[in-house]
Design a protein around this ligand. Sequence first.
Ligand code: ATP
Ligand code: MG
Length: 278
Amino acid sequence: MTTPYITHKTIAEFSNNSVNLRQEDVEEYRAQVNRLREKLDKYIAEHPDYALVKMLHSGSVRKGTALKTINDMDVAVYIKADKAPEGNNIVNWLADRLREAYPNLNYDQFTTQTHCVTVSFRGSGLDVDVAPVLYEGDSNDCGYLITKDTGDRVLTSIPLHLKFIRNRKNNNPKHFAQVVRLIKWWSRIQKRNNQSFRFKSFMAELILAHLADNGLDMSNYPSALESFFAYVVSTGLSKRISFTDYYAASKLPSSNGAVIEIFDPVNANNNVAFRYTD
Ligand SMILES: Nc1ncnc2c1ncn2[C@@H]1O[C@H](COP(=O)(O)OP(=O)(O)OP(=O)(O)O)[C@@H](O)[C@H]1O
Ligand SMILES: [Mg+2]
């Protein structure tokens, strides 16, 4: 047998040098979000009628799956559903609520995107994208998340997603998060070369969670990547993916014709891939 040119060691070194956000940056960025969160908590404690409930760090920096090339972080802000405005002005309204809570930031540090509010920290940290969650007090923190990429309203729970990913990381220390980052890196290159290429990070995490749950050994990166691509090619992603962490398989809906079905581990009625076409 010939020795493969690309070995596990090659990819592990490449990951450390080029793919992974450095641990000290991870810690600094997490601290940045914590400061924002603590200020909001303080404002909420002092203003019981305020419409916002809390802020949770929901994105890849929190999950430990961020790439070195990251340029924004994701937080979810829980909003008392009965205080939120109807329709499409929620983002402008949310920007004004955030300006109230952060009087030390400038007015124009809050800009509205189509589906989220971006808080900019020019030079002193990463930008933070704030996605709204309409919340009615559910004990598992379930609420309607307005996703920042498409604006879909999906009933889900950020803390349960974090727990879901944490469990996969615990079952495969170091390697699960590394293989997620490598696939995200590959996806980033595809997106750079092809404007119409789409592959949401959360979907990459769920496909890899499915493979890990079914016994994929992730400790050798060339073979883990090969298995991922072999799975995509051999199934054409036409096999449903679901998890039984938080609901029984019997809760899944019958097929509604979606080309790809990758179900949210928290909500059997949320196919994370429902917008993908052939
Ligand atoms: N369609 C969806 N349904 C349910 N939850 C979602 C959906 N889209 C995003 N989320 C939530 O938002 C979190 C962030 O996922 P997303 O794919 O946007 O980016 P990310 O993990 O921050 O990766 P990146 O490094 O690309 O920013 C997910 O972990 C999940 O909790
Ligand atoms: Mg993100």
